[in-house]
Design a protein around this ligand. Sequence first.
Ligand code: PGA
Length: 253
Amino acid sequence: MLTQSLPNPLVVANWKMHGSLELCQEYSIKLNASSPGVDVWVAPPSIYFHRLSDSISPAIQVGVQNLYWEQSGAFTGELAPSMLAELGASFAIIGHSERRTMFGETDQHVARKCSACIDSGVIPIVCVGESISQRETGNARRVVSEQVSSILRACDSKSPVQIVFAYEPIWAIGTGAVAEPSDAEDMHCHVRSMILESTEWDAKQIRILYGGSVKVENAAALVAQQNIDGFLVGGASLEVDSFKRICQIAAGV
Ligand code: PGA
């Protein structure tokens, strides 16, 4: 019987609304070759997409941080999945907690975006995660379960599906407070078992990233967990050397 090997760990840079032409250039010079044993993706602000994708190593995928679910229409300021696919964006981060909390995105919005991404051949990186009060009141697992379920309900009939999940506890994002590796592992394991139980997808092939204050100092302990398949890196991705080192750690170098 043929057994499919597990995918490489994946490390994604989320520049958020940071960066410049200079950072695009620095990324293109310093991340100039593929690192064996790890997949590296970068999500600059969309306005820099072309500059970066034209100059960075072709081994590195460039994507976006957000998109809309419709393919065209009177939606001023929005970007359609089909347009992004046409221009070579291979993935989109969706449902980031900053979009959910500051821009009012609900689980339903995120599910529609996820579905539109898959239909257009853009790989969704679906972010989920609880707030500090939800964790302190013992509701972390329930909140994450609801976020994941709405995605699985909207997309489970699609196959084959390319999708990535990112568990990002909100209290760990940009705060320096990283989740305990064992707590993160617990949640990743839960997300994977939800995929296993409610879809026909091959749950072992779906990468579940951890995000929230990932740094050179904490990356090794996190990626050593069995169900942590890489990282979504915000702040530390703005320093190319740190980001590169995190990629190497994920590759086991
Ligand atoms: P951080 O952000 O690494 O700065 O905590 C991660 C994210 O929000 O994706």
